[in-house]
Design a protein around this ligand. Structure first.
Ligand SMILES: N[C@@H](CCC(=O)N[C@@H](CS)C(=O)NCC(=O)O)C(=O)O
Length: 220
């Protein structure tokens, strides 16, 4: 195996989804922190690696890949002992892909819309409509879980990693009502029991979650 490097920052859900995949696969890698708050992602050294200036970036022995969704499916294809995290079967893979696209479109924009006032606009008030959109996400995830214990059916896949990493921060804005979304609540618990969950996601998200709470935001 060549040298594998992950560029990222713990606060980023996309980066934590890659951590979850790497830990699930048991692959060794080097972690290089790119501090977005200090604008390291805009420095010429990093722009040479990723002109889109986003994290995560994977460097697999000189092969550079950007976007967590592309990275996680590549990692399973290359390093997985089997294909369970990203099935080769066309129909099962299509269901995983649908969840991945849902993550990178709907879930990501719901999160960005909520975080924008706090991170980019120096405001502490979050419009209620943005929280309602997040509730719509919870509702859909609960629906996905009607077909199995995991988001894409009966097996754990990378779709679970992406959505887990995103929800970890969003639960601060809208705590989960388990009576309304029982399948989602049970799934969160199931994922938290993975032996590598805390190291790969829980503890890494903690600083960012604390940072959000420190903003003392209101919803109106
Ligand atoms: N779709 C991309 C999104 C990556 C992304 O937007 N990352 C954020 C951090 S969560 C970032 O690097 N932002 C800095 C920038 O866009 O300049 C992925 O899944 O990797």
């Amino acid at each position: 195996m060549g040298k594998l490097t992950l560029y990222g920052l713990d606060g980023s859900p996309s980066v934590r989804s890659v951590f979850l995949t790497l830990r699930a696969l048991g692959v060794e890698f080097e972690y290089k922190i790119v501090n977005l708050l200090e604008k390291e992602h805009l420095k010429p050294e990093f722009l040479k690696i990723n002109p889109l200036h986003t994290v995560p970036v994977l460097d697999d022995d000189g092969f550079i890949l950007i976007d967590s969704h592309a990275i996680n499916s590549y990692l399973v294809g290359k390093y997985g002992k089997d294909d369970s995290l990203y099935p080769k079967d066309l129909k099962r893979r299509a269901i995983v892909d649908q969840r991945l696209h849902y993550d990178s479109s709907v879930v990501t924009s719901a999160g960005k819309n909520i975080l924008a006032p706090l991170l980019g606009e120096n405001k502490t008030e979050i419009p209620q409509a943005r929280i309602d959109a997040l509730e719509g996400v919870y509702k859909n995830l609960n629906l996905f879980l009607e077909s199995g214990d995991y988001l894409a059916g009966d097996n754990l896949t990378i779709a679970d990693f992406h959505i887990t990493a995103a929800l970890t921060a969003f639960l601060v804005f809208l705590p989960l009502d388990a009576t309304k979304y029982p399948k989602l609540a049970a799934w969160i618990q199931r994922i938290k029991e993975l032996p590598y969950y805390e190291e790969a996601n829980g503890s890494r998200a903690a600083h960012f979650v604390g940072f959000i709470k420190s903003k003392n935001f209101t919803i109106a």
